[in-house]
Design a protein around this ligand. Structure first.
Ligand code: NAI
Length: 304
């Protein structure tokens, strides 16, 4: 079945360039009315301009769609609230939020200032928190919402020089995991996209022909599957160059040690069993971990 966003209202942050622009154009092409948010600063977050987001709006309108731009800095809750207020005044609801805005301040941890660490956390993590908080009650009242976080392989797997960025990108997955539980009864689904794309964020990391293979337009079809009516929930979708895969955090089944066996030496001696991946599972909530260990302890007590 064709995926349609007819009648849906979407906010895409950081939609003046790169991936956000591609997402906004694709959502509008399939019928969504789109708020094109962008602060319009440089890659490191300095400066401000509305030129890029206005251009995206013009492109959407020229193709027969409906959009407006808003220059809210996602790290500023008041500005975000104003954007959501304007959206509600114009269109009366918010169905989809794509938390995409982002900056880089790369340096090895030894050389990184705490200001650069905090700024990156502010834009990626608090930006996602602010935008989600501003639409949360609206989505709860509507009994409908689709939210996409933008994570990164840097967060999930690490990347030299990106301790700030990696921490923030992993943090949005933590945010997603709890919001999934809290939003379920109101049909609010939250997923995450882990893109790899040739944009200004990655332009000095790759030659031009590779950047072309990694065009943002090869990521956006994946994004669309994360925010329509039939969207999954709590999925991390990695996407780039035509490849699509999912990522999960698994925990091994583990071992059980009786109180008298619980020494660091015994744990080390049983390391290969504790880390054996054959029965590993992606746990549905934090409580499941306690349940797993308690079940092992109780089974051992019964057997004793
Ligand atoms: P980009 O630099 O082309 O676009 C990011 C946009 O966000 C820019 O237009 C910028 O003005 C806007 N922005 C920055 N700070 C903002 C703020 N405080 N408020 C509102 N807008 C703001 O970068 P790209 O590559 O399109 O990145 C989009 C998202 O994808 C980011 O979250 C990035 O971390 C993530 N990502 C990108 C990857 C890649 O390979 N390009 C890899 C993994 C994740």
């Amino acid at each position: 079945m064709t995926i349609s966003f007819e009648g849906k209202i979407a906010i895409v942050t950081g939609a003046g360039n790169g991936l956000g622009k591609s997402h906004a154009l694709a959502l509008a092409k399939r019928g969504a009315k789109v708020v094109v948010n962008d602060l319009g600063g440089a890659r490191d977050g300095s400066g401000q301009s509305s030129a890029a987001s206005e251009e995206v709006v013009n492109e959407i309108v020229a193709a027969g769609g409906d959009a407006f731009s808003h220059g809210a800095n996602v790290a500023d809750f008041e500005q975000v609230q104003d954007m959501v207020k304007q959206t509600m005044e114009k269109w009366g609801r918010v169905d989809i939020l794509i938390n995409n805005a982002g900056i880089l301040r790369d340096k090895s941890f030894a050389k990184m200032s705490l200001d650069d660490f905090k700024l990156v956390m502010d834009v990626h993590l608090m930006g996602s928190v602010n935008c989600t908080k501003a639409v949360w009650d609206i989505m709860r009242e509507q009994n409908y919402g689709r939210i996409v976080m933008t994570t990164s392989s840097s967060g999930m797997y690490g990347n030299f020089g990106q301790s700030n960025y990696g921490a923030a990108k992993m943090a949005v997955l933590g945010l997603m995991n709890t919001l999934v539980l809290e939003g379920a009864k109101n049909d609010i689904r939250i997923n995450a996209l882990a893109p790899t794309a040739g944009t200004r964020m990655t332009e000095d990391l790759m030659p031009e022909n590779i950047a072309e293979m990694l065009a943002p337009e090869y990521v956006t079809p994946g994004l669309l599957t994360l925010c329509d009516d039939e969207a999954p929930n709590r999925t991390i979708l990695s996407a780039g160059a035509g490849g699509y895969a999912t990522a999960s955090i698994f925990e091994t089944d583990g071992i059980f040690l009786t109180p008298d066996q619980q020494t660091p030496e015994a744990i080390r001696a049983n390391w290969s069993d504790a880390t054996k991946q054959d029965k590993q599972q992606a746990l549905a909530s934090g409580v499941k971990q306690s349940e797993k260990f308690l079940a092992k302890a109780m089974a051992a007590m019964k057997g004793a």
